[in-house]
Design a binder for this molecule. Structure first.
Ligand code: UD1
Ligand code: CA
Length: 466
């Protein structure tokens, strides 16, 4: 895509979303719509520096979100899609004689295959403008592709200006176009000079009119029909956003199933488009997988697990558990009802049982933390057994400290390890201990009051009347 560039329109206010945030940050499968669109441009071969996002409403939040290399332009007033592209003129000019791909920031389902095929057609035909269109069941809200009796493209008619007859047209404008840069510059100039173009119902500069202007100037403007009717889907309100999520969700699930992932019931399963899952892994209902999570093969995930930006090795099980930015090696069993927090690395074949929380810790191979424990800011060796109800006391109220438990140690039930503290290799800790000092290797630490039994105390005192 050398010499070409992309302009993504994203200044819209999203009034219909009823949100204080820019509309294009609304998420589809937990991924902001603008990121879907940027990713498609990158798939077409555009470098970040050749992508310009036109920002407006909530500009600061949007710019903060975008990667550094991506260029931005500002549209101070929302005067329409044509006006939005005008704000990117310095960027387009800098790209000279090449072609510009214009994309709608609120249409995340456009696919790069369509964009590439449309580009080939655009170049082959020597078009000044190529409008990507698609046929949809319900064209309401979209610009309609108007053709003459011979089927030749005439212009795009927006919903607001469409006659009853035109509203019946089911071929619509996707909002994605390829333009020859020089032709677009001339067309935008005409669009801004000629007041008649702003006499439409929205009182806006429509980018769609730029296509008509090019035709009136005798330039070639044509449509490229996408075979993927979902590619035009946009979201203007939260209901459409839910519908987009549902479409995208089923597409993602379908592609995993094609790759050998077992999803016997898709209820409540949402998987981010950027997640990778190995064959023969089973995903059970109610499971949410976010971000760039990587899951190996032969795993069981769910029911009702929440996994975000984590790495899970082959043959692991994560049952009804919560993992965020955690790494889990092969053969690990997590849950039910466990929580792995950021910075956690779990070695192979570890067992993390019910009501166990692990945070910012390393846990060595084969270690068992089976019930009701908290392990925070710790380095736990391999072959360690942590009994029921243990806690690393990692926070002094001011500072966090680390706990080290060396290989083969046995931590009795209900032990508190007050950090900073080190438990040596193969050491034992008696149940109920509060450990405040290091325990040498191979030693037994008992840090609790010795038990005393007072004979017949109850008979004498009768403390409880029945
Ligand atoms: C637009 C097209 C319509 C097409 C549809 C596909 C026009 C006039 N209409 O309609 O033909 O079928 O997309 O989804 O282009 N934006 C700005 N500045 C503005 C106005 C909009 O940056 O002043 C951005 C929005 O943030 C959005 C995109 O442009 O990402 C499209 O704008 P929107 O108002 O949603 O256009 P549609 O009515 O959907
Ligand atoms: Ca829209």
């Amino acid at each position: 895509m050398k010499g070409n560039c992309t302009v993504i329109l994203a200044a819209g206010d999203g009034v219909r979303m009823k949100s204080s945030r820019p509309k294009v940050l609304a998420e589809v499968l937990f991924k902001p719509m603008i990121d879907w669109v940027v990713d498609r441009a990158v798939e077409c071969g555009f470098a970040d520096e050749d992508i310009c996002v036109v920002t407006g409403h909530g500009r600061e939040i949007l710019c903060e979100h975008l990667r550094d290399g991506i260029q931005t332009a500002v549209q101070e007033e929302r005067l329409g899609t044509g006006h939005a592209v005008m704000q990117a003129l310095p960027f387009i000019n800098a790209h000279g004689n090449s072609n510009v791909l214009v994309l709608n920031g609120d249409s995340p389902m456009i696919d790069s295959e369509t964009l590439k095929l449309a580009f080939e057609y655009h170049m082959r035909s020597g078009n000044a403008a190529t409008v990507i269109s698609a046929n949809v069941d319900n064209p309401t809200g979209y610009g309609r592709i108007k053709r003459d009796e011979n089927g030749l493209f005439i212009k795009i008619v927006e919903e607001k200006e469409a006659s009853e007859g035109e509203k019946k047209i089911t071929e619509v404008n996707s909002g994605a176009y390829w333009f020859n840069c020089q032709a677009l510059l001339v067309a935008l100039d005409r669009l801004s000079m000629d007041a008649k173009y702003r006499l439409n119902a929205a009182k806006e500069y429509y980018l769609t009119d730029a296509v008509e202007i090019l035709k009136s100037m005798g330039q070639r403007a044509a449509t490229f029909n996408s075979k993927n009717s979902d590619s035009v889907l946009g979201a203007n309100d939260r209901y459409q956003l839910m519908q987009l999520n549902e479409k995208a969700r089923m597409r993602v699930l379908e592609s995993h199933m094609k790759n050998g992932v077992s999803i016997p019931c898709p209820d409540g399963i949402m998987i981010s488009p950027d997640a990778a899952i190995g064959a023969d892994t089973e995903i059970l209902p109610g499971t949410i997988i976010k971000g760039k999570t990587v899951i190996g093969s032969n795993c069981v995930i769910g029911a009702n697990s929440y996994i975000e930006s984590s790495i899970i090795g082959d043959g692991a099980g994560v049952i009804s558990s919560h993992c965020v930015e955690a790494e889990i090696s092969e053969g690990v069993q997590v849950g039910p009802f466990a929580r792995l927090r950021p910075g956690t690395k779990i070695g192979a074949k570890v067992r993390i049982g019910n009501f166990v929380e692990v945070k910012n810790s390393n846990v060595g191979e084969g270690t068992k933390i089976s019930h009701l424990s908290y392990i925070g800011d710790s380095d736990v060796g391999s072959g360690v057994n942590i009994g029921c109800g243990c806690a690393t006391v990692n926070y002094s109220g001011k500072e966090k400290f680390r706990t080290v438990i060396e290989d083969g140690a046995f931590i009795g039930c209900d032990t508190s390890l007050v950090a900073p503290v080190r438990v040596g290799e193969n050491a034992y800790i008696a149940a109920g201990s509060t450990i405040t000092e290091d325990v040498p290797a191979n030693s037994l630490a008992v840090a609790r009051e010795r038990q005393t039994n007072k004979k017949d105390w109850v008979k004498i005192k009768k403390p409880y009347k029945r």
